[in-house]
Write a protein that binds this ligand. Structure first.
Ligand code: ADP
Ligand code: ZN
Length: 430
């Protein structure tokens, strides 16, 4: 099933022609209306007419989140303020906010992209979507909301938190679809277990859209098995509309990135050079349709790769893999580069591990991994715990090449999150 079939299965040649046409328009518009780009182009001695092929994108300057912050609040706006109908800011996971503006058409286009994503995963008008992302300045909830309404499903604007009320809403209105962060999904699972609820018998759930923070395939499996649903990975960032940038189809093997709306590049974050398909690097995105705030070569800091080959679903827009982490999430212990996701992957693959964990960087040579383990294991048998601790330590060491100290905790000890959670506590910089 398709929302905009013609565009979703468009031939690669036609898609690239369209991208080039829109890229030229975007560049001219940005240079004409945004002093930041005008200056950046003149520094490089570059004119919009120098863009004659798609590969010329590599001549263009990058835009960083720092650039957006420096030009806060109105500096990156390409239209008059009277054209703007909505403001969002980023969630500020990393530092001060950035202002993102939408024109009426931008709001509508973002909703169209979500509609494509929902239909792609089999949603129908009689589905009920419980939106557990934060409403407000963040893009996560509202952009999904508008897209789901466009499709015609019933949207429950629950927002995150108040877990008991979430559960009643899910039961009373027969929620079929969740929009949720992985940390909240894990928490919701722990509350349902505590309440003695059976996710299969007591609910009508079929699927969840999960994104807004990196998570591993192991976490997806854990959540799918617990709720008896399909979990689809959903990627987006406020600077590029929010959700709906890239989304999994029913193949659940990489996320189609809507290339008629964005040009993607994968680069080496240190050199800025292009990385071949199938190799990891930083995702760089250029908007092709945005009216209020076109952005050229935005450094997302998200690490992923382009998945080679065509998807079996028939869509021609290329896929990116699960996000491996953010360049700014990486930390170094004993001289080894480590991403929190490597640790998460190991932990979530161990059955005895419950939902929550925390990484504490004690010094440049030592780290502690604090793990909540399932209730049954707190049976008082010390040898069980010691064996488990040895198993976790060994598996972590195999993955990250550094031996962490592993602390086992009772469920409910660590802080929980209704949105994005800070899992790494860096004592070296506190
Ligand atoms: P902030 O950068 O302040 O967190 P956003 O709220 O716009 O701003 O969050 C966007 C970021 O969230 C992305 O750049 C990415 O790092 C992360 N993210 C979003 N969706 C996913 C996903 N499916 N997998 C991994 N990370 C994701
Ligand atoms: Zn597909």
């Amino acid at each position: 099933m398709y929302w905009q079939k013609e565009m979703e299965v468009i031939g690669r040649r036609a898609l690239e022609d369209l991208q080039l046409k829109k890229l030229k328009q975007t560049v001219s518009k940005a240079c004409k209306h945004i002093p930041f780009y005008k200056e950046a182009f003149s520094k490089l001695n570059l004119k919009p007419k120098d863009i004659t092929a798609l590969k010329d994108i590599r001549k263009l300057p990058f835009t960083t989140r720092e650039d957006l912050r420096l030009h806060y609040p109105f500096g990156m706006l390409a239209v008059g303020k009277d054209e703007v109908v909505r403001l969002h800011t980023s969630s500020g996971t990393t530092g001060k906010p950035k202002a993102i503006f939408f024109s009426k058409k931008d709001v509508d286009r973002a909703a169209e992209l979500i509609a494509r994503c929902l239909i792609m995963t089999g949603v129908k008008k009689d589905d009920v979507l419980q939106n557990m992302m934060t409403y407000g300045l963040f893009t996560g909830a509202l952009v999904m909301h508008y897209g789901a309404e466009k499709v015609g499903v019933l949207v429950i604007p629950a927002g995150p938190g108040n877990t008991k009320r979430q559960i009643s809403l899910m039961q009373d209105f027969h929620t079929t679809t969740l929009h949720i962060t992985p940390s909240y999904a894990l928490y919701l699972a722990s509350v349902m277990t505590k309440e003695g609820l059976d996710p299969q018998k007591d609910f009508s759930l079929r699927r969840a859209y999960m994104g807004s923070e990196p998570y591993s395939e192991e976490t997806r499996k854990k959540i799918e098995q617990f709720f008896h649903i399909d979990v689809y990975n959903s990627y987006g960032l406020s600077e590029m509309n929010g959700p709906g940038v890239a989304f999994e189809c029913t193949e659940k093997n990489g996320m189609h990135l809507w290339e008629d709306n964005f040009i993607m590049e994968i680069i080496d974050p240190d050199t800025g050079e292009k990385v071949p398909d199938g190799k990891k690097g930083e995702l760089v995105l250029t908007t092709l349709c945005r009216e209020a705030m076109p952005i050229i070569r935005y450094r997302t800091r998200d690490i992923t790769m382009i998945m080679p080959g065509r998807c079996r679903c028939g869509r021609t827009h290329r896929r990116i893999s699960r996000i491996f982490g953010r360049t700014d999430d990486m930390f170094i212990v004993k001289g080894v580069n480590i991403f929190p996701q490597q640790i998460e992957r190991v932990l979530m693959g161990i059955k005895a591990v419950a939902q929550n964990y925390q990484i504490v960087l004690e010094s440049y040579d030592h780290m502690t991994v604090r793990v909540e383990i399932s209730k049954e294991l707190f049976d008082g048998k010390v040898d069980h715990l010691v064996n488990l601790q040895t198993e976790i330590t060994g598996k972590l060491r195999g993955e990250i090449l550094v031996k962490p100290k592993v602390e086992l905790l009772e469920p409910g000890t660590l802080p929980v999150s209704e949105g994005k959670l800070t899992r790494v506590i860096d004592k070296r910089t506190l």
